[in-house]
Design a protein around this ligand. Structure first.
Ligand code: ATP
Length: 238
């Protein structure tokens, strides 16, 4: 089967690597979570996969095709959509306007705004409010919805839980599984809430100081957390 996303990358800033030889191969409908302590290079990897940072070395394939220049425009056209950790909403536009702008800009047939909003019932009574007036959890729902109206083939989600109460994260996380299962979207989920991420992921990859130190099925790591604990402990002792 052709992978939705395949890469083997060295990533970093101004030609200086912060993470090396990160290989990913994700099928349609799979969720891969990228775990690891602060500074491991997770955000840098996502920014590179979305084309916002140039590739230092390696390749990105989307749907079996190499995206040679690695530009944000090319990657987005190929179906890669990033939900950044700061959400980057238009705070002075309404919920509906945020979604309409994203849908218009993507140049792709995707689900309708109302189909996407069905995934996020708490947004229904808020559609006429400015995004800046939403709660943190509602803003995160809108950031996800804005990505989904673009009909992504690959969804990159950076720290969805940032600034949210654990109960909100717990409520939101199963939506990631639904997106993968129902739309066949391949999801890369960078997350600090390790247990919750492992609940919805198929595979997990642990990065420490720019190296991939562990790569396994999420269920295996969920059932035996010792390997994960060891990886995190190594990071704090290093
Ligand atoms: P966190 O969980 O804290 O978000 P992370 O795993 O996402 O961490 P990155 O943000 O990718 O880690 O950072 C990886 C390394 O790159 C860190 O050492 C960081 O200091 C460095 N870095 C981040 N942004 C820049 C930048 N704009 N220029 C140079 N180095 C940077």
């Amino acid at each position: 089967m052709t992978s939705a996303l395949a890469c083997d990358l060295t990533v970093g800033y101004q030609g200086i690597a912060v993470a090396r030889d990160v290989s990913l191969e994700i099928e349609r409908g799979q969720v891969v979570t990228i775990l690891g302590p602060n500074g491991a290079g997770k955000t840098t990897l996502l920014l590179t996969l979305a084309g916002f940072l140039p590739v230092i070395e390696g390749t990105i394939n989307v749907g079996g095709r190499p995206i040679r220049d690695g530009s944000a425009r090319r990657l987005n056209r190929a179906g890669v959509v990033l939900v950044p950790d700061n959400r980057a909403l238009f705070t002075q536009l309404t919920v509906t306007e945020n979604l309409a702008v994203a849908k218009r800009g993507c140049g792709r047939e995707g689900p309708s705004v109302s189909e996407v909003l069905d995934l996020f019932p708490p947004l229904h009574p808020r559609v006429r409010l400015d995004a800046g007036m939403l709660s943190g959890g509602e803003q995160q729902m809108l950031a996800l919805a804005r990505a989904l109206v673009q009909g992504p083939r690959v969804l990159l989600i950076d720290e969805m839980s940032m600034g949210l109460a654990p109960v909100v994260v717990e409520a939101l996380m199963p939506t990631i599984r639904t997106i993968a299962d129902e739309a066949g979207t391949a999801v890369v989920l960078v997350e600090q809430h390790v247990r919750l991420a492992l609940e919805v992921a198929d595979y997990a990859l642990v990065m420490v100081h720019g190296d991939v130190v562990l790569h396994d099925r999420a269920v295996a790591l969920r059932n035996d957390m010792s390997a994960l604990e060891k990886a995190y402990l190594t990071a704090t002792l290093a």
